[in-house]
Structure formats: structure tokens, C-alpha cells
Design a binder for this molecule. Structure first.
Ligand code: FMN
Length: 203
């Protein structure tokens, strides 16, 4: 290890306020689908999203202020749709504020198709779809909570699947991915490079 003093270009980031507004990070963007108490479908965009390990668990950060959180507590299930870059507008509209009666009327204008094993729907023009049973919620990250689910069914646009005979670089070029550049920007990724793994690395 070659330890020296802090490089001259490194400055302090203000931790008296949330750090996340002060620089960009790369995140996925998904729509979480749940069922409101009145039976209507809810879809809400989330970028604080991650696989929960190597197996079929999925997690995202939410807040009890959002219906998504109480819906999952009540129904024990949710869906995940990964939008294509062309779906940015639809994904954004799903964050429209609720009207006084608590409804989110914009959702009625989105094209969806039903999940198979959980009570919920997916956006029509997504590229990856998970059906999740609620696994556990961990509260207490300030006002936020981590909601996790077990993926019990999954679907994908065939163009987005890795095929043994295809080149991964071409797959991503022909089927671009959506990257949310938090806060407030996005990019379509259609060019990529193979990651230079160290020899004999084990995961
Ligand atoms: C691009 C984008 C990313 C978002 N990411 C998150 C997130 O990761 N976690 C979260 O709790 N809210 C996130 N939100 C906000 C909520 O999803 C949004 O307020 C939503 O309307 C809540 O809906 P609900 O009451 O139906 O759950 C995001 C909103 C946008 C536009």
C-alpha cells in the first residue's frame, strides 16, 4: 500500500445535509407495481434498487410516506418493471402526485399487462419483469426503509437476454439500457466494454 496525504483535487462533501444531491451516481430505474387499498393499480419509480445477493432476492429503498410501502405491507407482494430508455416519460409520470382523494389517475393511462403469480401488473414496454413475494422490510434508515422480496417469477424481452451465441457488446448495443444518473439526469447505454476481471477471481 502506498499511503500519502489527501490528493489536492479532493474536497470535503457536506455531511450536515444529505450527500446525495452534491454529485452524480449511476443507478438503475424501475417501476414498482402494487395494489392500492381501493383495488387500483399503483406504479412508482424507484432508483435506489439492488439485487439482494447472488440468489433471487430483490431490494429497494422506500418510505412509509409512499403508498408502495403500505401496499406491500398489506398484500405481501409487488412487481418490478425495468423500463427501456424510450419509456422515460412514462416512468416519470408514475411519480405524479396523488390527487386529494388519494388516487393517482395518471396510472390509468399507462399500458400494462398482468403478472402471473402475484396480484399486480407490469408496464408494457419494459425489458425485464420480476414478480416478488415480500421477504422482509428493514426500517430505520432515517425516514427510509429497505423493502426486499423473493423473485418468484421473471420475464424479459428476448432482445435483452444474453444468448450463448451472441456477443454481449452487441446485445447491449442492440438493446440499450436505462441508467438513472441521480439526481435528475438519465442516459441510454448502448456501448460497453468487457470488465477486466483478475485471473482466477471467485465471486
Ligand atoms: C426518477 C425517480 C426516482 C425515484 N426513486 C425513488 C426511490 O428510490 N425511493 C423512493 O422511495 N422514492 C423514489 N421516487 C419517488 C416516488 O417513487 C414517488 O414519489 C411516487 O410517486 C410514490 O408513489 P406511491 O405513493 O404510489 O408509492 C423517485 C421518483 C423519481 C421521479
Amino acid at each position: 500500500m502506498n499511503e500519502s496525504s489527501m490528493p489536492g483535487n479532493v474536497v470535503t462533501v457536506d455531511t450536515t445535509v444529505p450527500v446525495w444531491e452534491q454529485f452524480f451516481t449511476v443507478a438503475p430505474l424501475v417501476l414498482i407495481g402494487t395494489r392500492d387499498a381501493d383495488g387500483s393499480l399503483d406504479l412508482a419509480p424507484k432508483h435506489m434498487v439492488t439485487p439482494m445477493g447472488w440468489q433471487n432476492y430483490f431490494g429497494f429503498v422506500c418510505t412509509p410516506r409512499h403508498n408502495t410501502c403500505s401496499n406491500i405491507e398489506r398484500t405481501g407482494e409487488f412487481t418490478v418493471s425495468y423500463p427501456k430508455p424510450s419509456q422515460v416519460l412514462i416512468t416519470s409520470l408514475a411519480a405524479s402526485p396523488r390527487v386529494a382523494e388519494g388516487a393517482k389517475p395518471v396510472i390509468d393511462y399507462l399500458s400494462t399487462f398482468p403478472a402471473t403469480q402475484v396480484d399486480g401488473s407490469f408496464i408494457e414496454d419494459g425489458y425485464l419483469f420480476f414478480e416478488c413475494r415480500h421477504f422482509k422490510t428493514i426500517d430505520g434508515f432515517g425516514e427510509n426503509c429497505l423493502i426486499t422480496g423473493e423473485i418468484v417469477a421473471a420475464f424479459a424481452d428476448n432482445d435483452y437476454l444474453r444468448h450463448a451465441e451472441a456477443d454481449d457488446q452487441e446485445t447491449i448495443h442492440d438493446a440499450p439500457l436505462f441508467a438513472y444518473l441521480a439526481p435528475g439526469r438519465f442516459a441510454a447505454i448502448d456501448r460497453s466494454n468487457a470488465f477486466p476481471f483478475p485471473e482466477s477471481m471467485k465471486k
